[in-house]
Design a protein around this ligand. Structure first.
Ligand SMILES: Cc1cc2nc3c(=O)[nH]c(=O)nc-3n(C[C@H](O)[C@H](O)[C@H](O)COP(=O)(O)O)c2cc1C
Length: 180
């Protein structure tokens, strides 16, 4: 089974979760990188608010792996103003993701999951196998707390990967039945 982790990040929290998931599941990893780098403070904060509120699509660099080539895709986003990161809207404009097995994850300052609700809606033509949200793992005060969150994310991802593998096996059985 081919597994991909597709994510974007500014401060590294979502990246830490993405890497934990990839390490546990043996997935390939693709980071979506904005053409215009933005910071999470100052005038850039206002620019980002504008971008999210008025649904602007920021430019992104080409990324390594095409999600349509994968059986299971983990998609990870930081929560921005209760939405998913707008870099994904740019991506969805270029690449139509449908009929895939998808699992979503997000990191945020709070436990609100509105970004995942919106991302689920956007990807409703695929099978969403699960969602995972956590609070800023790398901003924790000690390494142990960070590790605990990342381990939990990795366990969740392994469960998703196991479910996806089982589904693929069952689909293959059904396909063979229709051939013979
Ligand atoms: C522009 C901006 C808007 C944000 N809006 C929210 C928000 O609405 N809700 C929330 O819980 N966290 C919000 N945050 C906090 C981030 O979601 C959180 O720090 C996340 O872990 C950042 O991910 P990253 O380190 O991968 O960039 C916001 C951060 C930024 C930079």
């Amino acid at each position: 089974m081919k597994v991909l982790v597709l994510y974007t990040t500014v401060d590294g929290n979502t990246e830490a979760v993405a890497n934990a998931i990839a390490e546990k599941t043996g997935a390939d990893v693709s980071k979506i990188v904005r053409v215009n780098k933005r910071h999470a403070y100052g005038i850039d904060w206002l620019r980002l608010w504008f971008e999210v509120t008025f649904k602007r699509h920021p430019g992104i660099f080409p990324f390594k792996h095409d999600p349509r080539d994968y059986d299971l895709v983990f998609i990870g986003t930081p929560v921005w103003f209760n939405r998913y990161n707008p870099a994904f809207d740019t991506l969805f404009q270029v690449i139509k993701i449908y009929d895939r097995k998808i699992a979503l994850f997000s990191t945020g300052a709070t436990d609100k999951q509105k970004a995942l609700d919106k991302l689920s809606k956007k990807l409703q033509d695929s099978v969403i196998l699960g969602r995972y949200h956590c609070i800023e793992p790398i901003f924790e005060d000690d390494e142990e707390s960070t590790k605990k969150i990342l381990d939990e994310a990795a366990e969740w991802a392994q469960g998703i990967a196991d479910t996806a593998a089982k589904m693929i096996e069952e689909e293959e059985c059904e396909r063979r039945k229709t051939i013979f």
